[in-house]
Design a binder for this molecule. Structure first.
Ligand SMILES: [Zn+2]
Length: 449
């Protein structure tokens, strides 16, 4: 019997709400109500929130004070006014991050956060409790579609939390178990020797759901199938996060666990952006964020059905507003409504991160995803990684389950079609290491576009 779940629900959260003013549960209820709103009501809700945010930004945020002549337009039509603010890319933000801080709030009351920039240099920014409570609520609202609630038992396949000493590690795992009802399986130690132990651990714990990077869930699922390991129960869902979930990964995870696979789309520096519903659509968390999709080169809006880069405006972060913040992902929006009938708009496809985009010698873009398309039909291939060092040079590493010259030749030939004039150095290897956080990347571009 799970005694931790009622403890979290009946004691821990009520205490946190009283002591720390935590509003996640209240926000979850709010978002669940909103999800069934009509599109016009949702539009009105966004309009009101956006108006407040923009007025606050031109009044108290130094980076935006020079836009104060937009005040009348903001009052009248904040959506139109928003388009007059510049698109904020990460480099521009990094030039003077403090100018985005609201002058009326004190840094001490804010939560520092950081995310990896494209050059590896971390981007430091602040959020407030109010904003984080809405991020959390958006996740729980999504999980609620699968009958999962706060306190539900889970297993997380994840990287090393921090550089912790032995004592801190013990504390961390205890906290995970008792305050989050969660056990962690390290994503950097998934190998055939450990798998029996991990599957036994999960079988004993019987989590309602598993949560992890798509690449880690994929490796876990693949090893389960290879070693013919199964769970004695069916989880409510497997939730994939923080990386693009490719179809071949979804298929493998589904085959191993036999339950719904849920894609969670968030960004460390923009919060929870979209969640997959049981009908399979990625619903945008529109109560929290305005998503624009623009052309990569011209930065002009692209129509529904066309690929573009995501621009996010967080509607809750008044402490450090970053209007029209450019993310690295390319997506396609659709006007189609989902069968589930929720009013929340839908992302048709998340094509992946911009840094997964390769460049040909002639300057054309090729999405890393294209290499996955080749690999997925090769039965003897276990893993691959392609690193493009410059438009004219790339390295392809391949691990075979059993060597198969025909498939190797095919892969190389197809890869050359994608990058026609690029020299591709091919290596058949025994191991492709994961990065420090336990993520395994198929495609890496090492230079800036
Ligand atoms: Zn839906």
């Amino acid at each position: 019997m799970d005694i931790v779940k009622p403890f979290i629900e009946k004691a821990l959260y009520p205490i946190m709400e009283k002591r720390k003013g935590n509003k996640t549960r209240q926000n979850i209820k709010e978002l669940i109500n909103y999800q069934n709103m009509s599109q016009s009501d949702l539009h009105k809700l966004q309009e009101n929130k956006l108006r407040k945010l923009l007025l606050e930004s031109i009044k108290n945020v130094p980076a935006y004070q020079s836009y104060s002549d937009l005040k009348d337009e903001i009052e009248k039509n904040p959506f139109k006014a928003l388009l007059k603010f510049p698109i904020l890319d990460k480099n521009l933000f990094m030039e003077n991050p403090n100018s985005y801080l609201n002058q009326t709030v004190s840094k001490e009351n804010l939560i520092p956060n950081c995310s990896g920039g494209s050059t590896g240099e971390p981007i430091r920014f602040y959020v407030d409790r109010y904003t984080v409570d809405y991020y959390e609520a958006a996740r729980w609202r999504g999980l609620n579609w699968y009958d999962i609630s706060m306190g539900s038992r889970s297993v997380m396949i994840w990287g090393n939390p921090l550089e912790l000493n032995k004592n801190q590690t013990k504390k961390y795992y205890l906290k995970e178990k008792w305050l989050k009802n969660r056990i962690i399986i390290p994503a950097y130690s998934l190998n055939p020797e450990n798998m029996i132990e991990y599957v036994e651990k999960i079988s004993k714990f019987r989590p309602e759901y598993l949560y992890g990077y798509s690449s880690a869930l994929y490796v876990f699922a693949e090893l389960m199938i290879q070693l013919e390991l199964t769970l004695p129960f069916k989880p409510k869902a497997i939730v994939s996060t923080s990386e693009t979930l490719f179809d071949f990964q979804r298929d493998m995870i589904k085959k191993a666990f036999g339950c719904p696979i849920v894609n969670e789309y968030g960004a460390r520096d923009a919060g929870m952006l979209a969640y997959e519903c049981p009908c399979g659509s990625m619903h945008i968390c529109s109560e929290n964020v305005i998503l624009e999709v623009v052309d990569k080169k011209t930065l002009q809006p692209v129509p529904y059905g066309k690929t573009g880069i995501v621009i996010a405006t967080d509607l809750n972060n008044f402490s450090m507003p970053r209007l029209r913040y450019k993310l690295d992902d390319s997506v396609i929006l659709t006007k189609d409504k989902c069968k589930c009938n929720m009013g929340l708009p839908v992302i048709e496809e998340i094509r992946g991160r911009e840094d997964d985009m390769f460049v040909t010698v002639d300057g054309n873009f090729v999405h890393g995803h294209a290499f996955n398309h080749i690999a997925r039909n090769l039965k003897s291939l276990s893993k691959f990684q392609i690193i493009q060092h410059s438009p004219s040079f790339a390295e392809l590493s391949i691990i075979f389950k059993e060597t198969n010259k025909k498939e190797l030749d095919f892969f190389v030939e197809e890869a050359k079609k994608l990058l026609p004039k690029t020299e591709i150095k091919v290596k058949v290897v025994d191991d492709i290491p994961v990065n420090a956080s336990g993520k395994y990347r198929y495609t890496i571009r090492k230079f800036k576009i």
